[in-house]
Design a protein around this ligand. Structure first.
Ligand code: CTP
Ligand code: ZN
Length: 169
């Protein structure tokens, strides 16, 4: 009984209290995308256009233990802040993510991503006969649903692998 009680206490003390388990180093300046759904970190990198080709310094944790999620991914990008468009797309694959801005090693701003009602021009419709994928000057537009996205033109719904629809990714 006592042992169980102690163990439960440990689980609720949080990641930051777990001093001997820092898996990904702190950064000096940049953005920490935290509480990313387990397994989505590589898609986060794709959305941000990070492929290792530039000189960007990036640290990634995949399937690390978390209080809030059973397991989480974390992406830390030095010397970069994200655009609203990037955050909007991130919210589709990492709806619980927290965006932390770090300056001089201190978290200066922290906010949860918000899912927009629609995203324009960032996803490609998987329907080959959709007007947005033909040679027409029509910008793609998707309604954001609780569990996926729906093409505003042809109604195609995508629930899994939304990251595969990201233009340029
Ligand atoms: N972080 C970092 N480099 C810093 C400061 C913070 O990489 N110089 C990371 C921390 O490791 C953590 C995230 O940014 O993953 C948020 O930091 P902080 O707000 O200090 O942690 P928590 O309070 O645990 O965050 P939350 O409440 O959002 O879980
Ligand atoms: Zn479509």
């Amino acid at each position: 009984m006592t042992a169980d009680h102690d163990r439960n206490d440990e689980q609720t003390t949080g990641e930051s209290a777990d001093d001997h388990e820092l898996r990904v180093s702190k950064i000096k300046n940049g953005t920490v995308i935290d509480h990313v759904r387990g397994g989505q970190a590589l898609n986060v990198l794709a959305i941000l256009g990070i492929d290792g080709g530039d000189r960007e310094q990036v640290s990634v944790g995949i399937n690390v233990p978390s209080d809030r999620l059973a397991r989480k991914d974390i992406v830390k990008v030095e010397d970069r802040e994200l655009s609203q468009d990037e955050v909007d797309v991130l919210s589709l694959i990492a709806p619980d993510a927290t965006i932390n801005i770090v300056r001089s090693y201190t978290v200066t701003s922290k906010h949860r991503v918000e899912r927009p009602e629609q995203v324009e021009g960032v996803l490609t419709c998987p329907n080959a006969t959709c007007i947005t994928t033909e040679d027409e000057p029509v910008t793609s537009r998707f309604d954001v649903l609780d569990d996926g996205v729906r093409c505003a033109y042809c109604g195609t719904i995508v629930r899994e692998s939304i990251a595969d629809l990201i233009d340029s990714a």
